[in-house]
Design a protein around this ligand. Structure first.
Ligand code: XMP
Length: 510
């Protein structure tokens, strides 16, 4: 890809947000680790240095090779980047005396500076740092201050290098996007030509060239990513794309048939494989969440392998991997971050399948996948689907999984999801579902004592699943859903609503 913006990552929690904001300006960008600058520097037009949890004064200084970039490319240094330029090029960085975390307002902005085009004094910015820049580097010129941070923004005379202490990528920096536009569009002159349509045209052309007359197999999950990947590939290679949609017996009620029909309606060459019995048999007696995930992952590979073997001469395996899955971010601790849950759909299939991998969406963020899907003319309902985990209801049935428990949970889940649609709430929620708890509780129905299962309802708001908050539904809605579940689903006599945020809880219970 040419004409892109290079974001060098120093491990900040906000690095992906920088990329998101740049893409919102219709500019393509890529995140690379700070010490892996791409060799072909002609391909990128500007560089952004991210923030970092590390300090430029500590032992764990992260040193980028700036000699490859300065004077050659317009450069914007954010937070750690700004401190790095100051500390190692003639200025001074010291621990701050005052708390510099949260909202601040620009108290001074250099007049007539293109960098601050359309940004006024008082504009709110977001600070998050414990070191502060005491003196600017050699040839540094002050551009903006806040009450507590004198050197909040500066440039370096004689080169297109700008540095800011605050985070323009965070929504709380109200003019952050404007500032990025000023730097990228007006100073670095990067073209704003990254749109869903241009992505589709380019990707279809590349796929045609890459795949020629080869056959490709793709596992559809019913989710947005694999569906959009399929439609893109279908546009490029038509019937040479063989889709397989596996029923693992852990999908939502009627999902297998409905989604299969939908895929066929879109003209895809798709085979539905009902492997429910195989999955449920393999899961028998397993109650550990990670064990269940592994079993499901393994059976999926077996089923998928059996199916691919039946396609003569298939050469490629297509996957709906998206950008957040592949970004090779720098970890603050220098090692891989702790595994909370093994989300098995990342990492692909094992080597024995001997297929080459094609991942047409691997440069896109989730909302961009949806926009690309829309520009491909895909159904709104399919594109608006909430995420659903690969292991499906197995990780929403706490403890061991049986066919009967799946049936109960499917009924409960369907009432909840249909209710969300009926109350016009479905699109306002990032993800919702029901959880079958491994406890019985006492109830009374008519004059009879009952001793039946408890279900929990979970619904969250989120942007990326990394953090999430529970949804504050109208009481009337919760009351209606709870009544309907208890009245209609045999075996359930109690409904609770999960009011935990992530962190410290996770979205799924297992
Ligand atoms: P957690 O529970 O980690 O979930 O807060 C974050 C997002 O990931 C989904 N999830 C999974 N997706 N395989 C998947 O494909 C899995 O094993 C898995 N576990 C959680 C979850 O539904 C939420 O969207």
């Amino acid at each position: 890809m040419q004409n892109y913006v290079l974001i060098l990552d120093f491990g900040s929690q906000y690095t992906q947000l920088i990329a998101r904001r740049v893409r919102e300006l219709n500019i393509y960008c890529e995140i690379h680790p700070y010490n892996k600058i791409p060799s072909n520097i002609d391909d990128f037009k500007a560089v952004i240095l991210s923030g970092s949890p590390n300090s430029v004064r500590g032992e764990a200084v992260l040193h980028p090779d700036l000699s490859k970039l300065r004077h050659k490319k317009p450069l914007l240094a954010v937070c750690y980047g700004a401190q790095y330029l100051a500390h190692f090029f003639g200025g001074e960085v010291a621990p701050s005396n005052t708390r510099e975390y949260g909202r601040a307002n620009l108290s001074y902005v250099s007049a007539n500076e293109l960098f601050f085009r359309n940004i006024e004094v008082n504009s709110q910015v977001w600070m998050s740092h414990s070191d502060t820049i005491k003196t600017l580097p050699k040839h540094g010129v002050l551009l903006a201050s806040t009450k507590d941070v004198k050197n909040a923004a500066y440039k370096i005379e004689g080169e297109a290098t700008y540095a800011i202490q605050f985070h323009p990528e965070v929504y709380h920096s109200t003019d952050g996007k404007q500032l990025l536009e000023n730097f990228l569009v007006h100073i670095a002159k990067v073209a704003q030509d990254w749109t869903p349509n241009s992505f589709v045209d380019q990707t279809v052309a590349t796929l045609k060239k890459q795949l020629g007359n080869d056959k490709v197999v793709l596992g559809l999950s019913g989710g947005v990513d694999s569906s959009v990947a399929a439609i893109l590939l279908h546009r490029a290679i038509g019937k040479n794309l063989y889709c397989v949609f596996v029923n693992n017996g852990l999908l939502r009620k009627n999902e297998f048939t409905n989604v299969l029909n939908q895929y066929q309606g879109m003209g895809l060459n798709v085979k539905g494989v009902d492997a429910s019995a195989r999955f449920l048999k393999a899961l028998e007696g397993q109650s550990d969440p990670e064990q269940k995930r592994k079993t499901i992952g393994k059976v999926f590979i077996d089923v998928f392998d059996d199916e691919s073997q039946q396609i003569t001469d298939v050469k490629w395996l297509a996957q709906g991997t998206i950008y957040p899955d592949v970004i090779e971010s720098v970890s603050a601790t220098g090692g891989p971050s702790a595994t909370i849950k093994s989300h098995h759909n990342v990492g692909g299939l094992p080597d024995f399948m001997k297929l080459k991998i094609v991942e047409p969406l691997k440069t896109l963020f989730k909302d961009e996948v949806r926009r690309v899907g829309a520009s491909l003319g895909m159904d709104k309902e399919l594109l608006g689907r909430q995420p659903f985990p690969g292991p499906g209801l197995a990780i929403r049935i706490l403890g061991d999984v049986t066919r009967e428990k799946v049936r109960v949970l499917q009924e409960v889940d369907a009432i909840f999801i249909n209710g969300l649609r009926a109350w016009n709430l479905y699109d306002k929620v990032w993800q919702a579902g029901a959880i079958l708890l491994p406890v019985n509780s006492v109830g009374v129905m008519g004059d009879e004592r009952t001793y039946e299962k408890v279900v929990a309802l979970r619904a969250v708001e989120s942007t990326d699943g990394m953090t999430a908050d529970w949804v504050n539904f109208p009481y009337e809605f919760l009351q209606k859903i709870s009544n309907e579940i208890i009245n209609k689903v045999k075996g359930v006599n109690r409904v609770v609503y999960d009011i935990s945020s992530k962190p410290p809880a996770t979205i799924e219970w297992e």
